[in-house]
Design a protein around this ligand. Structure first.
Ligand SMILES: [Zn+2]
Length: 467
């Protein structure tokens, strides 16, 4: 063998393993089943180019990934309620990985890739939408985590109901995170997504036990829902209120206590509020919201409508939020005594009052233990429920059973608290709670009608009859 040939052989010897190293590896794969879709997630060692297509008779989904090798088993992707009956893999050409999914029924595939974040590396996500599921339009592979204008348009909730029908007040309960996104992880591996689902389920049980109310869970199991999709689901269910339930981590392990948030139009009220909003809004990047749906509405008109209804629903959000917070304060420590405001994505619904309840800090060892405790979860749910009930007894939507109760004088309301806001007077507040100014003065031993912003007033018990 002459020298150049020897060199060439050497080069081949060296380049072959290098080429293998340069290949992206599929390290692991998992499956999340949601009510109307199946999500497959492939963990990768680097970014990839891929394509997904369907074949029929028999129905199959083919996933081709360029310059990639499989270094794991894919057997965990079948079974359960998933439509996937079998997974086969092979090689296309020299360096392309082909994954073939045999499926039991037709599905519509959508796929996207995700770049690394705090919790995961590169991922390829393939969503298989069941027949009849609303398949989102793909817009951007990675939506910005920062605030974007809400996609919603105000809708008339009551128009479809006959006036004589005494309808239920609908509460949408949104257990945060899920599936790919575990949320915050506490000492001993306690996961936020599991705890908040339990609290949400308990809250639903309690609300459904009360006549005139119906609770709907936005997330019913362990799967991820993009933030904007959560409010869409609530809107579809005709929700009068959107309650997102969380139990987050804070940069300081010592941080503790419950908080309630409403949307802020101009910046966060505290550093913690900003930090939490940022970390919640990152959820879409962690959980994978490559399928976020945006509506093509006239931007300016939408903006005007949004402003109008946003102001109305924000004042309701602050009101219901304060009631929930006051009740939570009876059973757990509070992080802040007032409703905080920050730019949480899930609160950006113009037509639904929306609050985000942080039930406690899972990063605090003592609080994490309590949050995992069944009876504490029940007490938290009870206090949130009480706050919601108080709000709707004072502000029942027209046509609801609770409005009918109030209008026929059958609704007794216990004493409540009111925090004075700028521009409010004794007569204004009295009028709002349908009591006399004298009743309000007596209940608070007020010597004059001068009120301070932030002052806490007790509103005496009343029976609300007529208007
Ligand atoms: Zn959270």
């Amino acid at each position: 063998m002459r020298i150049p040939q020897l060199l060439a052989a050497l080069v081949i010897c060296i380049t072959l393993p290098l080429e293998a190293l340069a290949m992206t590896q599929v390290n692991s794969a998992r499956l999340w089943r949601a009510p109307d879709n199946t999500r497959l997630v492939f963990d990768l060692t680097g970014p990839v180019e891929h394509s997904v297509f369907t074949l029929s008779a028999p129905d199959r989904i083919v996933i081709d990934i360029k310059k990639t090798q499989l270094s794991t088993q894919l057997s965990g992707l079948t079974g359960g309620k998933s439509p996937i009956t079998q997974v086969r893999t092979g090689k296309q050409g020299t360096d392309e990985l082909r994954i073939v999914l045999d499926i039991s029924e037709q599905v519509t595939p959508k796929s996207f890739t995700l770049t690394p974040n705090q919790q995961y590396g590169h991922r390829l996500v393939v969503d298989l939408f069941d027949q009849g599921a609303s398949v989102p339009k793909q817009v951007a592979p990675q939506p910005a985590a920062t605030a974007a204008p809400p996609a919603a348009t105000p809708t008339a909730k009551l128009s479809k109901l006959p006036a004589s029908h005494k309808r239920d007040i609908v509460i949408a309960i949104d257990a945060g995170h899920g599936g790919e996104d575990p949320g915050a992880i506490g000492p001993g591996g306690v996961r936020e997504k599991d705890i908040v689902l339990k609290i949400a389920q308990e809250l639903q049980r309690q609300i459904n036990a009360e006549k005139g109310f119906r609770a709907e869970l936005v997330r019913t199991g362990d799967y991820f829902i993009p933030l904007r999709r959560r409010t869409e689901i609530a809107r579809k269910k005709g929700a009068d209120l959107f309650v997102s339930v969380h139990a987050d981590a804070a940069p300081r392990a010592a941080a503790f206590g419950a908080s309630v948030f409403a949307l802020s139009d101009s910046g966060a009220t505290s550093e913690t509020a900003r930090w939490l909003a940022d970390s919640e809004n990152r959820s879409d990047l962690i959980g994978g919201a490559g399928n976020v749906k945006l509506h093509d509405k006239d931007a300016m008109l939408a903006g005007v409508l949004l402003d109008l209804s946003m102001t109305a629903s924000l004042s309701s959000s602050l009101d219901v939020g304060q009631k929930v917070l006051s009740n939570m304060g009876r059973i757990t420590a509070l992080h802040k005594k007032r409703v905080e405001q920050a730019g949480f994505m899930v609160l950006k619904s113009p037509d639904m009052p929306s609050i985000l309840v942080e039930t406690g800090f899972i990063s605090n060892p003592g609080e994490s233990k309590k949050l995992a405790n069944r009876s504490h979860q029940q007490a938290l749910a009870r206090s949130i429920h009480t706050g919601i009930r108080q709000f709707f007894q004072q502000n029942p939507p027209p046509g609801s059973y609770v409005a009918w109760l109030r209008d026929s004088g059958k609704l007794a309301i216990g004493p409540r608290e009111h925090v004075v806001r700028s521009g409010e007077s004794v007569s204004l507040i009295a009028q709002r709670y349908q009591i006399s100014p004298a009743q309000l003065r007596n209940a608070n031993k007020l010597k004059s009608d001068a009120l301070k912003v932030g002052q806490l007033l007790t509103v005496p018990a009343t029976t609300l009859a007529g208007q």
